[in-house]
Design a protein around this ligand. Structure first.
Ligand code: AMP
Length: 141
């Protein structure tokens, strides 16, 4: 299954913030939307990604004052992306290699969506169930 197919089923909404939003503002957005990361956009372009782990680390390092600081202070700037043409396995490989659970889908300069490890695992399970059913049908003749 391709990323394009996953996005067609899941939708293309991406929750994004700006580099000068405060860490506290983004923490509130993550909590309200029940998501684990927000993409940081500057002038429509991807400038970074901020996950709940970045917030925890920043608060651990700077205490309560971390919450008032801008997102640009603790976001990851080198964002790894994937293409709509990548497969579910390609995306799993990137997440495993990079040890992250979120990945934006970018074609050329255009942001097309964002996948989480939950989306990827869900598809993987669906594919495994389908393969097992096909195998059972094949064995049963
Ligand atoms: P996560 O597992 O997605 O909560 O993120 C763990 C760490 O990886 C955090 O420091 C994130 O900022 C970073 N991160 C998350 N997604 C990506 C990505 N697609 N490319 C690079 N770093 C990422």
């Amino acid at each position: 299954m391709t990323v394009l197919r996953m996005l067609e089923q899941k939708g293309r909404d991406v929750f994004s913030v700006e580099p000068d939003n405060s860490v506290e503002q983004v923490a509130k957005i993550l909590a309200q939307k029940k998501i684990g990361a927000a993409l940081v956009l500057e002038g429509g372009k991807v400038a970074g990604i901020l996950s709940e782990r970045d917030i925890v680390r920043h608060v651990a390092a700077h205490g309560a004052m971390a919450l008032g600081q801008p997102v640009s202070k603790c976001m990851t700037k080198n964002v790894v992306s994937c293409s709509e043409h990548d497969s579910v396995d390609d995306v799993m490989e990137k997440m495993t290699q990079g040890r992250f659970r979120h990945i934006p889908v970018i074609e050329g300069d255009e942001l097309r969506g964002l996948l989480s490890i939950g989306d990827v695992v869900k598809r993987k399970i669906e594919l495994s169930v389908r393969d097992a059913e096909e195998l059972k049908r094949y064995i049963a003749g």
